[in-house]
Design a protein around this ligand. Structure first.
Ligand code: FES
Length: 494
């Protein structure tokens, strides 16, 4: 029996290889003409270091210089040593081009076209070589539109093992693929696509999952549910399917079928239009409950238009929730995949957020210095001391507790201004969210953060604005550098 190994390259291309029992991944890959990065083949140089996102395996033999225990624990693997013991998904730190491979093209014929509503069309393709198509549920392909030289990207709505490749797309008047399907398509037409592509796919379900679908953004979730039905899930999976009008609620019978067959799966639908007769009105965020968010111990997957992605981000930030992971796929008005991402934190974004916090804090300091009562100073001192309880020997003992204590400390002077506009601007900062993604107990802190906090309070107590300004600026440098250390650390989920 062979295992299916998905190799995900940096450019979004995914290739599947078969790995025989006791075969190392690198050998299997080269046997199938995919030249993943390799040098010593002996677990000594680290050139082949990659990241295993799911699956079980024997990591093999290697030396510390090639890969540390810390890295191995985080999920790093040396593909020249790794022997899979199940199907696996491996992120290869190279482009498909470097590995001398590329997208595969799949030819087939149009099998079905289904006008599901005025706004949605489903169709499926029978492939000439179905066995040759492997993909991860949630991924997309570039479909060549027959009779044109154009391609459009759409996610599979069918499961990875379904006989036919199925799609669910938005019926727009001008879309090149929808125009073809509406006006010219005949069952049996030759049609082809290349792929699979994308990093928006279902990971191993290790904690509760929340799926948020907007309109035909339902497609990748139908594919994921197909896979979950096969594999089962030990954790609850809840889908919220939001649409604009009642007519957009398509494939509900399919969702009901999954809800009956998958014990841990539930779903909610909602309609945004004021004119709707549907009982649940409003946007998906209205139907996200604290149970779904599970205090942040949740993997969130979102597929929908860009405003929906932004609305959910804002909602999470307002709720003070940083999910364990947040995968999203944005699509343009026509329903075409336009951007795929994970909630990765970039250094530039982190720096920007912390600089903005500094700017607001300097302004708040100017407004309240000299006006804080003794009781307020006492409270401020307590908050400063509380942040130190979660740091030991230059590292975070409990990053989540630190983040909360740190937030209470920094919020103190902003709230003391009594200026609602300032407070609102402060609440919009993504500092908390970024810290939630980046901080771990293994990061070496830059500077003495606790001492900075204590010094800040004392500068307030004596009303020394110049000293306070210097401390706030230095503290910001320390905070940014600590974040940078976390973002750049190997294995950071940031
Ligand atoms: Fe050198 Fe794998 S190729 S460690």
């Amino acid at each position: 029996m062979a295992y299916q190994i998905a190799l995900n390259f940096e450019d979004g291309v995914t290739r599947f290889i078969e790995c025989k029992p006791n075969e190392v991944v690198a050998d299997a890959s080269y046997r199938q003409r995919i030249n993943i990065p390799l040098d010593c083949r002996d677990g000594a140089c680290g050139t082949c270091k990659s990241f295993c996102e799911s699956g079980s395996y024997d990591g093999g033999d290697y030396i510390e210089e090639a890969m540390t225990d810390d890295e191995a624990e985080q999920g790093y693997v040396l593909t020249c040593q790794m022997v899979p013991e199940s199907d696996c998904i491996i992120r290869i730190p190279a482009t498909s081009d470097v590995a001398k491979t590329s997208l595969s093209t799949f030819k087939g014929t149009l099998a079905t076209i289904e006008r599901l509503s005025d706004t949605a069309i489903g169709f499926s393709i029978t492939l000439a070589d179905r066995a040759g198509l492997g993909f991860l549920p949630g991924q997309y392909v570039n479909i060549m539109v027959p009779g044109t030289d154009q391609a459009r990207s759409f996610s599979f709505s069918s499961g990875p093992t379904a006989d036919e490749a199925g799609f669910l797309i938005r019926n727009t008047s001008h879309g090149v693929l929808t125009t073809y399907l509406r006006d010219r398509a005949q069952i049996g037409d030759a049609i082809e696509f290349n792929g699979p592509l994308g990093s928006f796919y279902l990971r191993e379900i290790k904690r509760p999952a929340l799926f948020l679908a907007g309109g035909t953004g339902l497609a990748p979730f139908l594919s994921m549910l197909h896979k979950i039905e096969q594999d089962g899930s030990d954790h609850p999976v809840h889908l919220i399917f939001g649409v604009t009008n009642d007519v957009d609620l398509v494939r509900i019978d399919e969702l009901e079928g999954y809800a009956q067959r998958i014990p841990n799966f539930t779903f909610t639908c909602c309609v945004a239009s004021e004119d709707s007769d549907y009982p649940n009105k409003g946007y998906v965020t209205r139907y996200i409950t604290p149970e779904h968010l599970n205090s942040g111990v949740v993997d969130i997957y979102l597929c929908g238009p860009p405003p929906m992605v932004d609305a959910v981000r804002t909602f999470l930030s307002d709720e003070g929730i940083t999910p364990a992971s947040f995968y999203y796929e944005k699509f343009a008005g026509s329903g075409v995949v336009s951007e795929i991402g994970e909630s990765h934190v970039k250094v530039v974004d982190s720096d920007e957020a912390f600089d903005a916090r500094m700017a607001l804090e300097l302004g708040a300091a100017q407004l309240v210095i000299g006006n804080l009562s003794d009781d307020q100073i006492t409270r401020f001192r307590q908050l400063a001391a509380a942040t130190g309880e979660h740091i030991k020997e230059g590292r975070f003992v409990d990053p989540v507790a630190f983040r909360d204590a740190n937030s209470a400390f920094h919020l103190f002077t902003i709230e003391a201004t009594g200026n609602r506009t300032l407070l609102e601007a402060y609440r919009k900062l993504l500092v908390q969210e970024y810290m939630g993604h980046v901080l771990t107990p293994s990061i070496d802190l830059v500077g003495d953060i606790t001492q900075d906090h204590v010094d800040m309070v004392e500068a307030f107590a004596v009303g020394d604005m110049e000293r306070l300004r210097r401390i706030i600026v230095d503290h910001n440098d320390h905070a940014k550098a600590t974040m940078r250390a976390g973002i750049e650390k190997p294995g950071s989920k940031a």
